[in-house]
Design a protein around this ligand. Sequence first.
Ligand code: ADP
Length: 429
Amino acid sequence: MTLAVKLSLGCIADDYTGASDLANTLTRCGLRTVQTIGVPRDDLALPEVDAVVVSLKSRSIEAGLAVARSRAAEKWLRGRGASHVLFKICSTFDSTDAGNIGPVMDALRADSGDTIVLVTPAFPQTGRTVYQGNLFVGSVPLNESPLKDHPLNPMHDSNLVRVLARQSRTKVGLVDLAVLSRGVDAVRARLADLASRGIGAAVVDAVFDPDLETIGKVALDHRVSVGASGIGLGLARALVTSGKARANAADAMSDAPVGGPAACLAGSCSQATLGQIANAERVMPVLHLDPDRVVAGKEEGLRALAWAKQRLEQGPVLIASSSTPDQVAALQARYGRDAAGHAIEQAMADIAEGLVRSGLRRLVVAGGETSGAVVDRLGIPGFLVGAEIAAGVPVLRAVGDKQGDMLLALKSGNFGGPEFFSDALKLMR
Ligand code: ADP
């Protein structure tokens, strides 16, 4: 571990799952990537990596706070030598007129001294395309997609040039597909033209994956860009083809075995997770928590911890709170949804903490919120992203010295195949 690592790419993500998705995308492109939880301490020791993704929770908070946190993240990344910083937003833009993308972009642009910033949430392989500045989700414009009814950030305008201009202090222009298809020099010329007219941000069309590569190459001329995992892919490919980062270093980096006891925790009640738990019953001891007793107090967690400790020497175990939708609804009716969820998440965090204290080195967690509660409790500052267990679910190696060498897999509800728990443990050696 060393402090003196010069990053090829720094990223600031406005939410945790988006950060994981980006970190996973960069790793799959061959960049050695660490995802941090929040802005790291100045002295965080990192292995030699190409990219760091700082995960913030700044998508839907007050704009001033989002700007301050993003600038702190940028400062940390620049301090580690990042010459380019990507502000990672959602591929559905996910930001109302009062939203934070424009203000954060303005601040990062001012800090970096860039005259113009490339902006695109496009990620064609996941159905997000931008044409004439309009964002499409699959075959429909953003404002006709389910995002029009998003509970926090309803999107009523698919034209990102307009949306961003309403949020930003700078004028916003467009690099359209016709220009993009003529290649990097044409894009550079268009950007120079826009910048000469005082335009400080350019939404860039992208309809096919190679469009992202063109955008990535041009973006590397600049100090800041804004976009989703798609532009992350473009930047990563540009870094690799230009020789600024070496491809395929990621797997070699994170493959050293950790060994030691292993356990799985499931707090997700998704259909996929329920099936994965049923399959795990055939290959490892499984303890089903009594959710009423979890809500009632700490006893049930302690019982589970004692149960696990007795068995860990013999092999992995699984502790699950997961119930069927009817049972979940009944529990929520008795205690309230938030109180029930919170109590179970904290019980899972208690169990994880107890297991790690008694020497656990490999931990699989099913459930997005459950994973968040566990990671917060363990105080893990960040992860090196490793091999993929299932689409979007990589093996993670904890960085930072407090918890020692440790592997984790964090899966949100519907991810992973039917044998997810065994699949994860096979790769987490
Ligand atoms: P997912 O990724 O599937 O959404 P999460 O962990 O994000 O999973 O959310 C599951 C939520 O359900 C958590 O708040 C968890 O504490 C809660 N939960 C877990 N088991 C039960 C249960 N038996 N009854 C009610 N809520 C539960």
